[in-house]
Design a protein around this ligand. Structure first.
Ligand SMILES: *[C@@H]1O[C@H](CO)[C@@H](O)[C@H](O)[C@H]1NC(C)=O
Ligand SMILES: *[C@@H]1O[C@H](CO)[C@@H](O)[C@H](O)[C@H]1NC(C)=O
Ligand SMILES: *[C@@H]1O[C@H](CO)[C@@H](O)[C@H](O)[C@H]1NC(C)=O
Ligand SMILES: *[C@@H]1O[C@H](CO)[C@@H](O)[C@H](O)[C@H]1NC(C)=O
Ligand SMILES: *[C@@H]1O[C@H](CO)[C@@H](O)[C@H](O)[C@H]1NC(C)=O
Ligand SMILES: *[C@@H]1O[C@H](CO)[C@@H](O)[C@H](O)[C@H]1NC(C)=O
Length: 422
């Protein structure tokens, strides 16, 4: 059995080797240079940190041009008057090329005229995670040397943007450190503690919608939430819909409608995932580590429109009130639950939906009574329903359905939402 398995592994590895040598030989007719692909490491070859820098440009986004050490940068398609994006992948358990790298390179070159340098450190990133971690400092030094060569060509530090994924994110941080914090920008993916100027917590930053919840899903269960960051970023570059986020103290506060605008500290413009200059905000006065929150849909293009929904009771109750709110548009629906604490008049919640508030066909409200065996809750409630799209600037108010609604218990009541599009 075991022998058999080993033989199969050997066959697979041989096939991989053949593929990689075949790819290394191709020449791109447009650019006239040899196309170099990512290396493929395996457990048979020695595992050293063998770094390759592959340049991709607007004119040949699918053909990696190997940047050679020494004078290689002068004699290649690198354009020093353009900005430069450096992509660093993370741990590669099987020593294979990351499946997302081509998509990211294409998405960047599709949305901007830049130099893209993909760092291939497949060899050093494979085998056991701790040995990949051991290579991080050396890798950061070698990327830093490349950047120093770019700077010597007259490239400005601020035009360099490093994009690091997973373990590659730590490398990006080290490279930034080696350059005294003088590089233009670093975008990293997937850590729970806030470490950046702006830290995006997508859907709270843990479990992502559309990812398997059970270990029976295997590898996808382990990797889906973590890799979602890359797919969000690629989607933000490829699609025109905005992924806007809101500063907030916590995910719960965000869901509970306590963070509705970006006046503080971003002065009206909310930060966006993507390549906008400085994430679309004024960085000059920005404190370190601003946590921002946003929700997404389960699949690409992921972006949603955030709305505030409120229910105002006609008279307060001496028990908690729960109301389920559902937005419907063409084929999608999204639900959120408003909870009004006892003795209070109003409850609010955030509701994320695929289309803007003004394009929603109808809203459904359902009163969920809180019946206990010794006391039955009221059979209906009366109140007002209001909603507003985010960001809700301080001089804007919610718009309400113009009458008091009577909601019988456990019954869906539907209304048209007459919100005008701005
Ligand atoms: C690099 O230099 C060689 C000659 O030294 C030249 O033939 C080749 O076209 C150059 N490549 C680029 C991309 O400029
Ligand atoms: C470099 O980029 C600039 C700005 O887009 C462009 O004007 C110039 O022609 C490019 N240089 C080369 C050699 O392609
Ligand atoms: C780099 O990683 C490999 C394993 O992938 C390990 O054998 C090697 O010792 C590491 N190099 C350094 C300098 O730590
Ligand atoms: C809903 O469907 C109609 C008809 O198919 C279409 O014209 C409209 O654009 C769709 N609206 C949204 C918000 O997708
Ligand atoms: C709200 O304030 C913003 C920013 O000061 C201003 O541009 C906008 O016109 C105001 N809107 C209303 C309805 O007063
Ligand atoms: C809704 O109820 C409130 C509180 O009782 C009352 O002041 C208001 O006039 C009612 N509005 C309508 C449109 O019936």
């Amino acid at each position: 059995m075991v022998e058999d398995l080993k033989r199969k592994v050997l066959i697979v590895l041989t096939v991989l080797l053949l593929l990689s040598s075949a790819q290394a030989g191709s020449t791109d007719r447009l650019s006239g240079h040899q196309c170099t692909d990512f290396q493929t490491a395996n457990f048979l070859r020695g595992s050293k940190l063998k770094v390759q820098f592959l340049l991709f440009t607007h004119s040949s986004p699918s053909c990696g041009e190997l940047i050679l050490a020494d004078d290689g940068i002068k004699n290649c398609s690198f354009n020093s008057s353009l900005e430069t994006k450096i992509i660093i992948h993370g741990f590669r358990a099987l020593g294979t090329k990351p499946s997302w790298i081509e998509g990211l390179v294409h998405a960047i070159l599709h949305s901007s005229q830049v130099n893209v340098i993909a760092v291939d450190w497949i060899y050093g990133s494979t085998a056991a995670y701790p040995s990949a971690v051991e290579n991080v400092t050396l890798l950061a030094l070698s990327i830093s040397q490349l950047i120093s060569k770019l700077l010597a060509l007259g490239v400005s530090g601020t035009s360099i943007h490093i994009i690091g994924v997973s373990l590659g994110a730590h490398v990006a941080g080290l490279v930034g450190h080696f350059h005294g914090g003088q590089l233009g920008r670093i975008t990293d993916f997937g850590i729970r503690i806030p470490v950046g100027h702006i830290d995006y917590f997508v859907n709270g930053g843990r479990d992502q919608p559309g990812c398997p919840r059970f270990i029976s899903a295997g590898y996808k269960y382990l990797i889906c939430d973590h890799m979602r960051a890359v797919h969000l970023y690629v989607s933000a570059l490829k699609h025109s819909c905005l992924m806007v986020a809101f500063p907030c103290a916590s995910h719960q506060d965000f869901l509970n409608g306590r963070c509705l605008d970006c006046v503080d500290p971003f002065l009206y413009s909310c930060p966006r995932i993507g390549l906008q200059e400085q994430a679309g905000v004024n960085m000059r006065k920005l404190p370190k580590e601003v946590k921002v929150y946003l929700m997404t849909s389960p699949s690409a293009p992921f972006c949603v429109h955030h709305s505030l929904v409120e229910f105002h009771l006609q008279k307060t109750r001496n028990t908690v009130t729960s109301i389920e709110i559902t937005f419907f548009s063409n084929s999608t629906k999204d639900t959120a639950k408003i909870t009004i604490p006892k003795h209070q008049e109003m409850g609010k919640r955030l509701l994320a939906h695929s289309v803007p508030l003004c394009q929603i066909n109808r809203v459904t409200l359902k009163y969920l009574p809180k019946s206990q065996f010794w006391r039955k809750d009221e059979s209906f409630i009366v109140g007002k329903f209001c909603a507003a799209p985010l960001p809700l600037a301080s001089n804007r108010t919610t718009s309400c359905l113009p009458w008091n609604l009577t909601l019988p218990s456990k019954t869906d009541i539907s209304y048209e939402l007459p919100t005008a599009c701005a």
